[in-house]
Design a protein around this ligand. Structure first.
Ligand code: LRH
Ligand code: MN
Length: 424
């Protein structure tokens, strides 16, 4: 489904007056050049949407479909195209294989191109057994004691790279569920050794211009140990692979109260931060809407990212991706809200007076450091987001337009209530 651009323009025009007044206030508080610089960066900032989160997610306790879900990869890309038309920030998709194996690669590429959507990192899946597979991953994949299972998992990752190459992707994300649910179930060192060797074998198959993103997670689906449990293990494995391997930070993959912004600063200082899976959480890997629970933490993370992007030239451009699962919200509304939260945190971090902050830090003026950070955090930057969308042909109020145009109703009319999207 495409939205008639005229409908977006009409809603924008209705909000022009209030918008201009809000922009005038910000221009009184900050220099015009600073405001323009930030709007430019917001327009450039593109986030990849997860192909596995365009339908209703579920938990072991149940799943509540929203109706009108995409029943094919093509329909998923159309839904991302719809969100991109509204937000002008969702210009990429991250595919998960085999959930989204493209039947007709040229046709899928052509559809994505027509919607200004590129293919970000591909995700392999060695955490589920595939129909007819020779080896099971019950007892691990790249870390398995069973050589045949390791080889099957390595070959799957090679296949994912081959599909990605044809689509124009330049990244492979490897997340391993491999682990143990009981003490003594496996030998930590053997599992890590196998994982390291398997990753090196996959790394050897990476095209020159590709990067490998190694995603860590402390627990789930295993509840005693996970082979790649934390950023240190991921960094160690990435360093052992080589300069094209990096650590991927999924915000939900941290034990309670972990200082994620410090992990981000540490990885950027090493030039080894590869990208993000944005989401939010209260307890575990809850995969909630970005910024819905801990928006200040997200701001502090972007504060380190902005510092790193200005001071760590050795760290390559990052893969910005969302990884969420929608249990009770309309998946498309959830993604629109997540994109807003990401851009708000980024714009606030760009507003931080870095010179004043560095000076206050030099003088250990602790209270002043907090004042400088929170001055930016407490600034309503949403008019800057609206201006960036206005200039790039999007909707100033994407969620309002999505609802005014009754998009979900139209999708249900088109696709029915029963369609179930592949993914989590
Ligand atoms: C694991 C994870 C990983 C994906 C999966 C869908 O929790 O974050 O990134 O493969 O979710
Ligand atoms: Mn993830």
């Amino acid at each position: 489904m495409r939205i008639d651009q005229q409908q977006i323009t009409e809603v924008n025009t209705r909000n022009n007056d209030i918008h201009n007044r809000q922009m005038d206030i910000l221009k009184q508080l900050h220099s015009g050049s600073r405001i323009e610089e930030i709007i430019g960066k917001l327009i450039e900032f593109q986030v990849a949407l997860p192909s596995w989160a365009l339908g209703a997610g579920g938990t072991r306790f149940g799943r509540f479909s929203y109706g009108g879900e995409p029943g094919s990869l093509e329909q998923k890309i159309e839904d991302i195209g719809l969100i991109h038309q509204l937000t002008r920030t969702a210009g990429a998709v991250s595919l998960h294989i085999p959930w989204d194996i493209p039947d007709d690669i040229p046709a899928v590429k052509e559809l994505a191109d027509s919607l200004d959507i590129t293919f970000d990192a591909m995700n392999s899946n060695t955490f589920q057994d595939q129909e007819g597979a020779a080896q099971s991953y019950r007892n691990g994949s790249l870390s398995s004691v069973h050589e045949a299972a390791r080889e099957q998992a390595v070959e799957h990752n090679r296949e994912v790279i081959r599909i990605g190459e044809k689509l124009g992707s330049e990244g492979l994300t490897v997340w391993l569920a491999d682990g143990a649910s009981f003490p003594g179930q496996y030998n930590f060192q053997t599992a890590l050794k196998h994982t390291g060797e398997s990753l090196k074998t996959i790394y050897a198959a990476l095209p020159d211009d590709w990067k490998m993103l190694i995603e860590y997670k402390p627990y789930e689906p295993h509840f005693y140990s996970t082979v790649i449990q934390d950023w240190g293990t991921s960094l160690m494995l990435a360093n052992a692979c080589g300069e094209k391997a990096f650590t991927l930070v999924d915000l939900g993959h941290h034990l309670p109260n972990t200082n994620i912004e410090q992990i981000v600063a540490t990885l950027m200082a090493q030039g080894k931060l590869g990208g993000f899976h944005f989401n939010d959480s209260k307890y575990g890997d809850d995969d909630l809407t970005v910024g819905s629970v801990k928006p200040y933490n997200l701001f502090l993370i972007f504060n380190e990212l902005v510092y790193g992007m200005e001071n760590n030239a050795e760290n390559p451009p990052l893969s910005w991706m969302i990884d969420a699962s929608h249990n009770i919200k309309d998946p498309l509304e959830d993604l629109i809200q997540s994109l807003e939260a990401i851009l708000v945190a980024y714009a606030q971090a760009l507003l931080v007076d870095r010179e004043a902050l560095s000076e206050a830090q030099q003088y250990s003026d602790v209270a002043q450091c907090q004042e400088i950070l929170q001055e930016a955090y407490r600034t309503d930057v949403r008019p800057l987001l609206r201006e960036s969308r206005l200039r790039s042909g999007g909707a100033m109020y994407p969620l309002q337009v999505y609802r005014d145009l009754e998009i979900r109703k139209k999708l249900i009319r088109e696709r029915g209530l029963k369609v179930r999207a592949t993914g989590l």
